[in-house]
Write a protein that binds this ligand. Structure first.
Ligand code: NAP
Ligand code: 8YV
Length: 310
């Protein structure tokens, strides 16, 4: 059987399918990573996830590597240039997770807008008997600015329209065939919207794109929602502005150094926190795992991969 290096653990459906066709070598279980890589240096196949990725160093230690199959659509933790330079194919899991991530985006917005988490705590604290919960905002009639009208961004736009919101977007290029107004400037868009939803890839070119100026433009009545990568937002500036009231709220599924995060966020009732679970439904995770397997099998059979990145 072909050797397959697996960087982090995967669900049983993936392990079972891959186990029939590959000898799986579990990197995450190895005490000595250098020895592990020396022992698996003949491997042509590698499976990883969006968190662990794959460094050039690992690629160097596996000189026969031909394919990296990533469980996740974001590949910012994989050194894509190094893979290209070495002729290694990289695949990811686009589309199959877009519904689940978009659903969570609307869930986070509703949670923040209607204060669902805080109101739940209000009841559990026995406060309702002393009076009703304060009035909240409402999504209907408000304006959402989507940073990244890609596969997931478009699903968010569709759902936002069903909630009677006005949709606008920013990206590097205008998509003229889309019905939504385009902003060439992220800061200008932030100034005009109630909700700024970030769903673009991580990496050097997008680090802290949502900076202090953008967050200030969003303002005391605006809220930022992040489902892209923690690196997209200047987290320290965001916390400062949330504390001073210059930014209205935040709902976050991703963080700069997850699973760690500044504990300041825990005490804020105008913040909703989610442990990077945009795609974390049983249905979607099954489909992502299935794509990871099918990409590896396609390559093993000498066929083109199904969802190539590189
Ligand atoms: P996609 O279809 O490739 O869309 C990405 C969008 O980002 C495109 O519209 C692109 O538009 C825009 N973009 C890229 N670079 C940009 C930049 N420098 N400035 C402004 N806009 C930029 O990707 P997707 O499938 O929607 O996924 C998007 C990201 O969501 C992933 O890369 C991942 O980081 C994140 N994600 C998170 C979760 C989660 O669990 N929270 C799950 C899945 C994905 P232009 O090319 O016009 O700029
Ligand atoms: C996953 C994601 O949680 O697809 C992505 O880019 O962020 C999520 O779907 C992650 O990649 C799993 O490792």
């Amino acid at each position: 059987m072909d050797d397959l290096v697996m960087i982090g653990p995967m669900q049983s459906s993936v392990m079972d399918s891959l186990g029939k066709k590959f000898e799986i070598h579990r990197y995450w279980e190895a005490g000595n990573k250098v020895d592990f890589l020396a022992q698996t240096s003949n491997a042509r196949f590698l499976a990883t996830n969006g968190h662990d990725g794959c460094s050039a160093k690992i690629m160097d230690a596996l000189p026969k590597l031909e394919i990296i199959s990533c469980y996740g659509v974001g590949t910012d933790s994989i050194d894509l240039q190094a893979a290209k330079d070495r002729g290694i194919r990289v695949t990811n899991t686009p589309e199959v997770l877009s519904d689940a991530v978009a659903e969570l985006a609307l869930g986070l917005m509703l949670g923040l807008c209607r204060r669902i988490v805080d109101a739940d705590q209000f009841i559990r604290d026995g406060k309702w008997t002393s009076g009703g919960y304060p009035l909240t905002g409402e999504l209907a009639g408000s304006k959402i600015g989507i940073l990244g009208l890609g596969r997931i961004g478009k699903e968010i736009a569709t759902r936002a329209q069903a909630f009677k919101m006005q949709v606008v977007y920013h990206g590097r290029t205008e998509q003229r065939f889309e019905p939504f107004p385009y902003y060439a400037s992220l800061e200008d868009m932030a100034r005009d919207v109630d909700w700024l939803v970030a769903v673009i890839p991580g990496g050097a070119s997008t680090t802290k794109l949502v900076d202090r100026n953008v967050l200030k433009a969003l303002g005391p009545k605006g809220a930022v929602i992040n489902l892209g990568r923690g690196s997209l937002i200047d987290e320290a500036a965001m916390i400062d502005l949330l504390k001073s009231g210059e930014l209205g709220g935040a709902a976050l599924d991703v963080f700069e150094e997850e699973p760690k995060m500044p504990e300041d966020l825990w005490a804020m009732s105008n913040v909703v926190l989610s442990p990077h679970q945009g795609s974390a439904t049983e249905k979607t995770r099954w489909a992502m795992g299935d794509l990871v397997v099918r990409n590896l099998l396609a390559h093993q059979d000498g066929m083109p991969t199904i969802t190539p990145v590189v």
